[in-house]
Design a protein around this ligand. Structure first.
Ligand SMILES: NC(=O)c1ccc[n+]([C@@H]2O[C@H](COP(=O)([O-])OP(=O)(O)OC[C@H]3O[C@@H](n4cnc5c(N)ncnc54)[C@H](O)[C@@H]3O)[C@@H](O)[C@H]2O)c1
Length: 320
């Protein structure tokens, strides 16, 4: 059966944190999906992540065993670029947040895709107008931005550049709904859309407190979680979920672009304390917290502590 969007064969390019999730969610919702990555090692990691998603979908979303089996069956992985895109109705780009990598990919894609194929970027902070010409099909190109933990933060932000065709936006919005997302129409180009315009300043503020030795990560998160009662984690936990590769890319890119030295210090801090130690966040090696049971999920994380803990807590306070 052809769907409303007529976007039924999807190719996701980049099998990292987000690419893997987009591919899995699309396949779960009935799309035929090819997940492409030039590095076998990345596909290997995404196969491990796939098992995690299967587990989450069964345990948290109530997916049945046959549904999970069908999801696996609809999702192919490959390192063969031509084979990956040959039948695509829609290509979703989820390669690193590095403009040079994206430009090179769009130029290659533009030359090889079938004439009707749409392209969407999942870039968190870059604008579609930066890449529209490189795609060779600006009217068929827009941003379709998903959030990490796609199964529970089911937002899809849709943003055009000045020559995206209305029909492209209609079909991409229909696709987002078909794969279980709440579409968020962004009315003009804005780096960071709605979601990251809210989130990135919070992450920068939190990381600056840690980098500058003002407060330890747990204290930053506890503070945030108390004034946002009911939320499931604080900003350091969110950085673990996003993955440090992406967080560092964002801090470095915007730090250099805006000359913000604090952003660059934050990027260096995360590189040294996590990435160089092989800790990339929740899905690989852990990060600020140890998984699968991070301390911020414990029942007493936000409780008033026992008074016997006063000495230990006070020892964290240094007078400068
Ligand atoms: N991590 C998040 O929370 C998040 C959320 C929303 C959007 N995004 C965006 O999604 C994109 C990917 O982010 P990520 O966190 O998944 O990154 P990631 O580093 O986890 O994954 C990127 C993948 O791209 C692959 N890759 C590298 N060069 C490539 C190329 N030339 N062609 C194809 N694949 C290539 C890598 O092998 C890797 O598997 C970025 O634009 C990011 O801004 C990330």
């Amino acid at each position: 059966m052809v769907s409303e969007s007529k976007l039924d064969q999807v190719t996701v390019i980049g099998a990292g944190v987000l690419g893997g999730q987009i591919a899995w969610q699309s396949a779960y919702k009935g799309k035929r999906v090819v997940l492409y990555d030039p590095f076998e090692e990345s596909l290997e990691k995404s196969r491990v992540a796939r098992q995690t998603y299967a587990h989450i979908y069964q345990n948290e979303l109530g997916a049945s065993a046959p549904e999970i089996e069908k999801t696996h069956a609809r999702l192919e992985e490959t390192t063969d670029f031509q084979a990956a895109i040959a039948e695509a109705d829609l290509v979703i780009e989820a390669v690193p947040e590095v403009p040079e990598i994206k430009v090179e990919l769009y130029q290659k894609l533009g030359a090889c895709l079938s004439a009707g194929c749409l392209i969407a970027t999942n870039s968190s902070t870059l604008l579609p107008s930066q890449f529209a010409k490189d795609t060779g099909r600006p009217e068929k190109f827009c941003a379709l931005h998903f959030a990490n933990m796609i199964w529970s933060l089911n937002l899809a932000e849709i943003m055009a550049h000045e020559s995206t065709a209305p029909e492209t936006l209609r079909r991409v919005t229909a696709f987002a709904i078909e794969i279980g997302m709440v579409p968020i129409p962004v009315q003009k180009e804005q780096s960071g859309y709605v979601c990251n315009s809210l989130l990135v300043p919070i992450l920068v503020a939190a990381q600056s407190l840690v980098t500058n030795g003002v407060a330890v990560p747990e204290v930053v998160d506890r503070t945030y979680m108390i004034f946002n009662r009911g939320c499931s984690m604080g900003p350091c936990g969110i950085m673990d979920v996003i993955g440090f590769t992406t967080v560092v890319n964002v801090f470095r890119y915007w730090g250099e672009k805006s000359g913000d030295q604090q952003m660059l210090k934050n990027a260096d801090y995360l590189q040294k304390h996590f990435i160089d130690q092989g800790k990339l966040g929740l899905l690989s090696g852990g990060g600020y917290y140890q998984y699968p049971h991070p301390i911020y999920q414990s029942a007493d994380f936000l409780s008033v502590p026992d008074v016997a803990a006063a000495g230990e807590i006070a020892a964290l306070i240094h007078r400068v």
